[in-house]
Ligand binder design. Structure first.
Ligand SMILES: NC(=O)C1=CN([C@@H]2O[C@H](COP(=O)(O)OP(=O)(O)OC[C@H]3O[C@@H](n4cnc5c(N)ncnc54)[C@H](OP(=O)(O)O)[C@@H]3O)[C@@H](O)[C@H]2O)C=CC1
Ligand SMILES: CC1=C(/C=C/C(C)=C/C=C/C(C)=C/C=O)C(C)(C)CCC1
Length: 292
């Protein structure tokens, strides 16, 4: 039950360009590998270039696809996000698939370079800015897709607009849940705004996956170790992201949430359009993006 959902699409991707954030390990690495296997040019957007280069070599060797490129992207620093986007836009004519996969979970209270709480800053605001900066390229390359890797954990999330940076109260587990709720709200609002553009977007719960995500919590690490046989491998965890990125005919499900390669139910908070619109405006404000 914990490892169902396989992307059975036979779509090949020669001539397609994909960006995967956090592609040096876990779900992101396996997602990038499969996209490369299908012939896409894949950018591994990683904060640690050395780790990224090792993985790029590994993917090149395994798939025979030499078009696996590493670029520096630290989602905890808007300067790094802007530099990544600037270089990418100068370098590439197209972007067909953007997978906003990178994430942190349960880190002790800390802030990004721009003063955002780490979970909200990396998981939501970093990807919000990245997507915004790459949006014209996605539109020019349509049909194109944005996949946001969220989580079942969004069910426990709330958007506390008066405490978005966790300064009034903070719980590491809940901070993760809030940021994963933000991923879904962002997906739904983006879908509404992109209607008719040829760019579609989906949010994803990858399943419970044996990855480095639990690195900040000794208890979760122990749980993951204890149940490692029963939870998904990163390759299994990548299936729903891949399904949303490449399956033909998925455009009619623009904005939907997926788990195990099927449409999945989201919380009432995640379906609230007022919260989604407000989060969009607040995110623009925090990031200095002009509101439309
Ligand atoms: N594993 C699970 O059970 C579940 C995972 N998810 C989601 O799946 C996604 C992938 O996680 P998973 O593969 O499990 O976790 P991992 O910890 O294995 O991978 C996370 C990736 O994100 C990168 N990352 C973290 N912070 C930053 C940053 N500031 N800038 C750029 N990259 C960063 C990491 O880089 P580095 O290696 O340098 O730290 C790593 O490449 C996440 O969004 C997570 O929330 C959702 C539900 C369940
Ligand atoms: C209760 C329990 C489990 C379930 C854990 C779950 C469901 C974790 C979900 C984590 C998420 C959603 C993380 C990231 O977003 C295990 C480990 C399978 C083993 C048996 C006990």
């Amino acid at each position: 039950m914990l490892s169902s959902g396989v992307c059975t699409s036979t779509v090949q991707l020669p001539g397609k360009v994909a960006v995967v954030t956090g592609a040096n390990t876990g779900i992101g690495k396996e997602t990038a590998k499969e996209l490369a296997q299908r012939g896409a040019r894949v950018y591994l957007a990683c904060r640690d270039i050395q780790k990224g280069e090792l993985v790029a070599r590994e993917i090149q060797t395994m798939t025979g696809n030499q078009q696996v490129l590493v670029r520096e992207l630290d989602l905890a620093d808007t300067k790094s996000i802007r530099a990544f986007a600037k270089d990418f836009l100068a370098e590439e004519k197209h972007l067909h698939i953007l997978i906003n996969n990178a994430g942190v979970m349960m880190c002790p209270y800390s802030k990004t370079a721009d003063g955002f709480e780490m979970h909200m800053g990396v998981n939501h605001l970093g990807h919000f800015l990245l997507t915004h900066l790459l949006l014209e390229k996605l539109k020019e390359s349509a049909p194109s897709r944005v996949v946001n890797v969220s989580s079942l954990a969004h069910h426990l999330g709330r958007i506390h607009f008066h405490n978005l940076q966790g300064e009034k109260f903070y719980n590491a587990g809940l901070a993760y849940c809030h940021s994963k709720l933000a991923n879904i709200l962002f997906t739904q609002e983006l879908a509404r705004r992109l209607k008719g553009s040829g760019v579609t977007t989906y949010s994803v719960h990858p399943g419970t996956v044996n990855s480095e995500l639990v690195r900040h919590s000794p208890f979760m690490k122990w749980m993951w170790w204890l149940f490692s046989f029963f939870i998904k491998t990163p390759k299994q965890g990548a299936q729903t992201s891949l399904y949303c990125a490449i399956t033909e005919g998925l455009e009619i499900l623009n904005g939907h949430h997926f788990s195990d390669c099927s449409v999945a139910w989201v919380s009432a908070q995640a379906r609230n359009e007022t919260i989604a619109r407000r989060l969009w405006d607040v995110s623009c404000d925090l990031l200095g993006i002009p509101m439309d």
